[in-house]
Ligand binder design. Structure first.
Ligand SMILES: [Mg+2]
Length: 176
């Protein structure tokens, strides 16, 4: 099943699929760590704070974060404009059960694909009708990837979303 059912077609009579990364796009793990433990928003992808990296903080928190993290500021707009959301996310196996619960709680029924960064790129290269909304700075190419602006991805040259309104515009435009 394809991601978004806007019910509209492009001039090429092709449905555009917008896929969403989960963490940093819909689920706010950084906000959770900041609120609960005072971990500042990282400026690099592999950060440490008080000697602990992300996965060590997750363990320190008994891995409750995947369920208890709140949605990002982009969540409402995505919900509003996308009926069937398609998620592409790389989750380690021990995070998948709670991640599935988070998705059920906040997004309901939707298509979820567990893909690494490499696999996401390969899928984008295969599926030319698809664009991906992401925050990860580790892709080989950013063709058809739109970056959610974060301090740790500012060195990447790509189409970039800084404000909720910009994402809303994109969702409205691509939906035509
Ligand atoms: Mg992410």
């Amino acid at each position: 099943m394809h991601g978004l059912s806007w019910g509209n077609k492009t001039t090429k009579e092709m449905f555009i699929v917008i896929a969403f990364d989960l963490d940093g796009v819909l689920r706010d793990l950084q906000g959770y760590l900041r609120t609960k433990y005072g971990v500042p928003l990282p400026s690099v992808w592999f950060f440490t704070y008080k000697g602990l990296g992300f996965w060590e903080w997750a363990e320190f928190d008994n891995n409750k974060m995947p369920l208890l993290a709140k949605p990002t500021k982009y969540y409402n707009t995505i919900r509003k404009h996308c009926k069937n959301i398609e998620i592409w996310t790389h989750q380690y196996p021990h995070w998948r059960p709670l991640t599935k619960l988070w998705i059920k709680k906040y997004l309901g029924d939707c298509t979820v694909r567990f893909l690494t960064t490499k696999q996401k790129r390969a899928r984008l290269d295969r599926c030319k009708d698809t664009i991906l909304i992401e925050d990860c700075p580790n892709f080989k190419s950013y063709d058809r990837i739109v970056l959610i602006d974060k301090p740790y991805n500012r060195n990447i040259k790509a189409k970039r979303i800084k404000k909720v309104g910009q994402l809303e515009k994109l969702l409205l435009k691509e939906g035509k």
